[in-house]
Design a protein around this ligand. Structure first.
Ligand code: ADP
Ligand code: MG
Length: 317
């Protein structure tokens, strides 16, 4: 019985598209990833979020085999070391990766060669991807003749010609307007329906939360959080955002409010001039703040009392 369980758990590990355990990685002058353990399930969309320099790109490049193999810890793709299963993975770099002097068709052929597939397959797959991403009828154009948003989408096409099981996208939404971002989300969600697993990074936190299954927050090369949005709200214990704009707010009164907040376990998430954003846990905390304002003789307008979005939770992280 125990043996059977072991076999099953081994099979489960083998099936997991991506598994990393205690991954550490350093550039010559700096340790960038300190202890990353993450997994990606089949048909899952995971977003890595973190401030600039927190190691997001380094992590994606490392799992995709773009940078050094000199890391500590384990990286497994479908249960195998990453250099055996690299063709199962499609990495879309943030930097555009096509050759400017070649037209799109030739770029597709070259990218296909690099990915180890035939010209014909490359062209067939590109055709489908380009139709989905609204890039058709452009094959004879040169990259410089595309708009910025078209270039970003073409960059994605080139990385996925080999029909990988895992899509790794580094900041894929940068440079896309609202409609194109929506188009790209549709594309990513359609890939998930096909059973692909997607790991991406993004700065657009509020928009990201609506589309992903799980969020991973990186801070200084460590996983600060890994889970669903609801769990994130719980971890940072903010249930509501309470925003207030005062008609006048002296330094003295601001420091009184600040002291009160520390004492009453209420967060000040943001403030400038006469505006304060509080993170509160209950309606009662809001009532208590309101009576503090009247005790201090402060005139104010209440801007909102609502659930927080991801950016606001992130302010605390
Ligand atoms: P993010 O994508 O989260 O903004 P990066 O992974 O690009 O973060 O960078 C993490 C840290 O590693 C930064 O401090 C950055 O300066 C450093 N770094 C990135 N690339 C290199 C490199 N090729 N050589 C040395 N340091 C690098
Ligand atoms: Mg980056």
């Amino acid at each position: 019985m125990k043996k059977l369980k072991e076999v099953f758990s081994r099979l489960k590990r083998l099936k997991k598209p991506l598994l990393t355990e205690n991954v550490r990685f350093s550039y010559p002058n700096q340790e960038v990833l300190k202890d990353i353990s993450l997994n990606l399930k089949k048909g899952e969309i995971v977003a890595i979020i973190g401030k600039s320099g927190s190691g997001k790109s380094t992590f994606l490049k490392l799992i995709s085999g773009i940078i050094s193999t000199k890391y500590k810890g384990r990286i497994r793709i479908f249960g195998k070391p990453k250099f055996f299963e690299k063709d199962k993975l499609g990495f879309v770099p943030q930097e555009l990766a096509f050759i400017p002097d070649l037209n799109l068709l030739d770029n597709i052929k070259i990218a296909g060669l690099n990915l180890g597939i035939t010209e014909q397959t490359a062209i067939e797959v590109a055709d489908k991807l380009m139709t989905f991403l609204k890039l058709d009828e452009n094959l004879n154009k040169f990259p410089r003749e595309l708009s910025g948003g078209q270039r970003v989408r073409f960059n994605i096409v080139l990385s996925l010609l080999h029909n990988p099981e895992i899509l790794v996208l580094d900041e894929p939404f940068v440079g896309l307007d609202f409609l194109n971002r929506r188009l790209l989300w549709h594309f990513i969600e359609s890939m998930r329906r096909k059973g692909k697993s997607i790991i991406l990074t993004s700065h657009l936190l509020t928009e990201t939360q609506e589309h992903v299954d799980r969020l991973v927050i990186l801070k200084n090369g460590r996983v600060l959080f890994n889970g669903k949005l609801e769990k994130l709200k719980e971890k940072f214990r903010i249930n509501y955002i309470f925003e207030v704009r005062f008609s006048h707010l002296s330094k003295d009164n601001f420091s009184k409010i600040k002291k009160y907040c520390i004492y009453k376990d209420t967060e000040i998430l943001d403030n400038y001039e006469r505006y304060i954003m509080f993170g509160v846990k209950t309606g009662r905390q809001r009532t208590a703040l309101l009576s503090l304002f009247s005790k201090l003789n402060l005139n104010f307008s209440e801007i909102s009392f609502r659930e927080p979005n991801l950016d606001e939770i992130f302010l605390k992280a």
